[in-house]
Design a protein. Sequence first.
Length: 164
Amino acid sequence: MATQLKNLSDFSAITIPSAAPYSFGIVVAEWNTEITGALYEGAHKSLLAHGALAYNIHTYAVPGSFELTSGADLLLKNGGFDAIICLGCVIQGETRHFDFICDAVANGLSNVAIKYSKPVIFGVLTTDNQQQAVDRAGGKHGNKGDEAAITAIKMADLAKTLKG
């Protein structure tokens, strides 16, 4: 597994533009709140650390990861955001529910990004167990929330650059 060899929060080899000019929406799933709360803290701190203005970061909770798509769609429909960060955690259980949720969320968020031509960031952990989620939400593999925030900044900057 690639993550075993890489810390999700190591951005030392890339250039990160300033987040100051951009407005971010963060949609956080309430299911697995111990994990999603840690992802949110990582994302929020990373945005601020890279220059985002606190009043340009807007956070909204949705019941679970499945609802991230609707949340992102509602935020972009109402406008004013340069990028949306979606944070969730789906942990494999005994049934195929995991597969359906993960597939629906990944496809849904991609479709919302295409629909609005805006970055919609997939910050959703899809793990085999709770420990893997902990390891990726501020544990030994860093924080996927950090990665999602950096991705949002870079994609918002790319959109601005291409717009000219």
